[in-house]
Design a protein around this ligand. Sequence first.
Ligand code: BES
Ligand code: ZN
Length: 640
Amino acid sequence: MFIKHIVVGALALTALSGCSDNSSSSTSPSITTSVPKIDQSVSSVDVTNVIQVGKDYHSFANPESIKVTHLNLDLTVDFTNKVLVGTAQLDFQRVEENATQLILDTRDLTIDSVTAMGEAVNFDLAKTDSFLGAGLTIDIPADADSVVISYQTSPKASGVQWLTPEQTAGKKHPFLFTQAQAIHARSFIPLQDSPQVRMTYQATIRTPKELLAVMSASNEPDTPRDGVYQFSMPEPIPAYLIALAVGDLHFKPMGERTGVYSEKGILDAAAAEFSDTESMLIATEKTFGPYSWERYDLLILPPSFPFGGMENPRLSFITPTVIAGDKSLVALIAHELAHSWSGNTVTNATWRDLWLNEGFTTYLTYRIMQMIYGDERFEMEAVLGRQDLQADIDSLPANDQIMAIDLRGRDPDDVFSNIPYEKGALFLRELEHKVGRENFDQFLLGYFEYFAFKSITTDQFIRYLEQTLLKEYSAKLSKQRIEQWIFQPGIPEGAPVPESDAFSVVDQARNDWLAGKIQANEIDSEKWVVHQWLYFLNNMPEKLSQEKLADLDKTFTLTNSKNNEIAHSWLLISVKNWYQPAFKRLHDYLTSIGRNKLVKPLYKALSQTPKGKIMAQKAFAEAKAGYHPLTVKANEGFVL
Ligand code: BES
Ligand code: ZN
């Protein structure tokens, strides 16, 4: 059924019911002179089928009556049983004076006891919902302002991956990492797992002595390896940014404020690949305002990490699949760094508002890449991003093309697409073009400052826009156009069109080769960069003959490409055209990489034919034990 977005218009005035910020622990933002105060009036409207603005449909928590402000974790990492065991102390504040119950999110947790002021208190763990987990309701004594929960995780916790020594690069020690976004923090900590609840945190993590623990918090590279590690995150962050990794980790500095953690074997390669991180940090600060998190380090994970990167504050988690040897895939670093502003400092209040995180971040990513690597790189990446967006526009149902997407009743993991990313970025580029880059940069600077350490809804963003850019540039911008971008499917007519001269030669070469005018070895590709290769491959027709494929492969050794993105594009073409010489590489690829963006399209393409499905089943069966729970969940449907 098509659910109409009645939410625009009258309801757009509905503010978050007072839970958008954690005033106790966040400093109130200094308001720049040009920015007027924004109406935050509250009205709660609940009409059937109308999205309640600011309501988090993916959390059982009750921050509108009691909100958690600080977490103190004490966890032991038990690699033998694949569990985290310990306590979570939650400090809270009553929003409603007489509130008597604290409601938390959990998933597959065993709750041993809950105490307040040293005494056991009653708690009730509700029935489990298939993707939301189970609400945990705790009775709170009138004078308590914190509870301590003793618990342990399940070995199948959706937000934790336990790797055996064989699944690591060094093969000697086990490895553990968490991935909390969107709603998996609850699978390793009982908490209010909603992005509109921000908390500071402290943690004590107990590990086998020879391993090092790191978190999205203060990390001490030179800390003695004694198996007990202390962390503190003094800025209030949402639960989805809490992260932990444990392994045989080593550290290498890259700059004054930047460095890299990884297993020893890839440390030097990672530090070389990402050596521009410090420059990116400096350039971003200069344009978009001060970096709020002190250090910016990278943690390079084993290849099973299900994402390209995750913006865990102070310590982005990064897939090793982008270590290409030539910095060709470092836009990922720019992206995770940019989240330090858009996402970690200004945060989406609900998962419907994800585009505020990812769209702004994608826009900033392009800008950072332009500042560090120049116009040509920027233009090529913008064209490739636009093409990814078009592929989704062409294949997704209309409702899923809406930036402020209705996620009620849906698992956020199932709705991952380019819409919040590339459509969001294209929208911001249009605003930039209309008001001019300098003015738009001023706007962004003010936005990050105004909403610093707040979680905001799409509707709050629109109101802010109305009182800033829309007012100042009323001749150039209209609210109607902005609402079209945010609440309608498709791409508005007249949207910016990214172009790259560097791709014209590629189009020419591809066309000539396809028309049979030239052989592959006559393509003048010596100077082509990775982006040109991607553009060359991604724009091939669906069907290519075996001769054509062999000609390409023989000339450019594509099956053996060391660049994981090029290999991905080539393997996808190979599956669609049943080009068997690539199938051994395909199998190796699927069984050694767990990054969903790279493996899912391959499984999907394989699943389209009976013999493809058999190959998919074989690879999946072999790889499954080493895949992250999210990668298993995203792909198991293709091998049934
Ligand atoms: N925050 C996201 C990852 C994410 C989004 C996890 C939504 C769960 C739910 C991260 O910053 C991201 O966007 N990663 C991309 C990077 C790419 C767009 C450069 C990825 O992993 O591919
Ligand atoms: Zn992102």
